[in-house]
Design a protein around this ligand. Structure first.
Ligand code: HEM
Length: 442
């Protein structure tokens, strides 16, 4: 380790009596965060927890994201949450170094631009199918709508056409599995994990549901393999993976990976859709701009403003308000010595709320992203570096397409000055009243 590196002991430490301020890393602010008074780096040492360096020094952040060999996101998630139990330790986000590089290459083709364009028709179809079910002129919980849209799109994109009978069993198994993940029982297990030193006890109801989902996926894989030329006309993700190197392990692993994609994409997407609706309801000027664009029939104008709305919503309400990495060995980032096992926490929300990167940072102003796309160093909703969200482009395109279709048929009633707060007990940032808005006819 370098002689001149600063040790964590030399950095400001968050005193135990100020631990409450850590809420500022998790919940959006209405005023300047007191955490900013501690400078760009501070250390948290809570009894029973690994030492954590919280840093929004952007050189630290860049180095830690880029350093794929000395830092692990999977190790951080396993220590602080039940993600390893939910996803399985062999899935992409838990792999490090070369193993991750290899697997990520295999996973990437269905997320490249050409493939993404091929999912657009399906996204339009899903909204058009769901839209007549939403009441008009009375409040609805748009988060629920978001869950329905997210799962409809995901099942279509990941599995494509599945034979009737099996399709319904797959939908039902996935629904039950997500229900179990959101249950109070599993929430308790998740909250206890950090206190048990990162050990998530087996949770049988969830394991049972996972096995049910995997069984239907394996049945589908087996059926496809036995049909000659099975992948010829298919554009779904499963078809793009069967008979490739990703399929080299076994069907159980492929099924688990498909389940992992559903899990990584489902809640994050639904919550983001919910926040976009809530933000638009609270900001009449943005809604007026979208209405004008939708009424003009100019799709490029509508898409450009929608992209800006999506980016600005994700800046102020990133589903994961922080991310980070755990040191696999003693290492140095930007002159700071990080001992093996310590965590480096990147406070995404604090960076997004910083005046230094975003003038008037607490104001919702999509125009800031109209001419400039989000800067990958300071707009960190999808993380950064080799583990950056694989579905980022997918999620951004999906939000734009879904809202484009919705706004073609409906307007959102605005309630100026009222923005729904985030839920208090939730591992991410989720709207407390499920994004209650009112849709009106266009
Ligand atoms: C608004 C929606 C989404 C948000 C906010 C989100 C956020 C994230 C974040 C924060 C990470 C960790 C990145 C890091 O710390 O550097 C991640 C990883 C990942 N996400 Fe997403 N995600 C979203 C949608 C999706 C979708 C739609 C998919 C797939 C269809 C997906 C698949 C993944 C995968 C596979 C990883 C692991 C990547 C790796 O380890 O190499 N996500 N996501």
């Amino acid at each position: 380790m370098s002689q001149t590196a600063i040790s964590l002991n030399q950095l400001p430490r968050l005193r135990t009596r100020h631990f409450g301020r850590l809420g500022g890393l998790l919940r959006p602010g209405t005023h300047r965060s007191p955490l900013l008074d501690l400078g760009k780096r501070f250390v948290v040492s809570a009894p029973g927890f690994p030492t954590m360096l919280v840093t929004h020094d952007m050189d630290d952040v860049r180095e830690v994201f880029a350093n794929h060999d000395d830092f692990s996101i999977g190790q951080l998630l396993s220590r602080l949450s039940s993600h390893d139990r939910m996803f399985g330790k062999q899935t992409l986000i838990f792999l490090d170094g070369d193993a991750h590089r290899r697997e990520r290459r295999l996973f990437s083709p269905p997320f490249q631009s050409k493939a993404l364009r091929s999912y657009e028709d399906l996204m339009v179809e899903v909204v058009e199918r769901e839209l007549p079910n939403w009441p008009v002129g009375e409040p609805i919980e748009f988060l629920r709508v978001g869950y329905d849209l997210a799962i409809g799109v995901l099942l279509g994109v990941v599995f494509g056409d599945v034979a009737p009978g099996r399709r319904e069993r797959l939908q039902e198994a996935v629904k039950q599995w997500f229900g179990e993940i959101e249950s109070r029982g599993f929430l308790a297990v998740t909250l206890l994990t950090p206190l048990f030193g990162g050990y998530t006890p087996p949770y049988l109801p969830l394991q049972r549901r996972e096995a049910e989902v995997d069984a239907v996926i394996i049945e589908e894989i087996t059926a496809r393999r036995s049909a000659p030329g099975h992948a010829a006309d298919r554009r779904d993700m499963l078809a793009r993976y069967i008979d490739t190197d990703l399929d080299q392990h076994d069907d159980v692993a492929l099924a688990r990976n498909m389940r992992g994609v559903l899990l990584g994409a489902y809640e994050t997407t639904a919550i983001t859709l919910g926040w976009i609706a809530a933000m638009l309801a609270a900001h009449p000027e943005a809604m007026a701009e979208l209405d004008a664009a939708a009424d003009s029939g100019d799709q490029d104008r509508l898409d450009a403003y929608l992209d800006a709305v999506v980016a600005e919503t994700m800046r102020l309400r990133p589903v994961s308000p922080f991310t980070g990495r755990r040191a696999l060995r003693d290492t140095v980032i930007n002159g700071v010595a990080i001992p093996k096992g310590a965590m480096v926490i990147v406070p995404v929300l604090l960076i997004h709320e910083s005046e230094q990167h975003y003038p008037d940072p607490l104001t919702f102003r999509p125009e800031r992203f109209l001419d400039d796309r989000p800067d990958g160093h300071t707009w960190l909703t999808f993380g950064a570096g080799p583990h950056r969200c694989l579905g980022a482009q997918f999620a951004l395109a999906e939000a734009r397409i879904l809202f484009r279709v919705i706004l073609g048929h409906r307007r959102i009633e605005t309630t100026p000055g009222y923005l729904e707060p985030p839920r208090r007990f939730h591992t991410g940032l989720s709207p407390a009243d499920n994004a209650r808005i009112t849709l009106l006819p266009r």
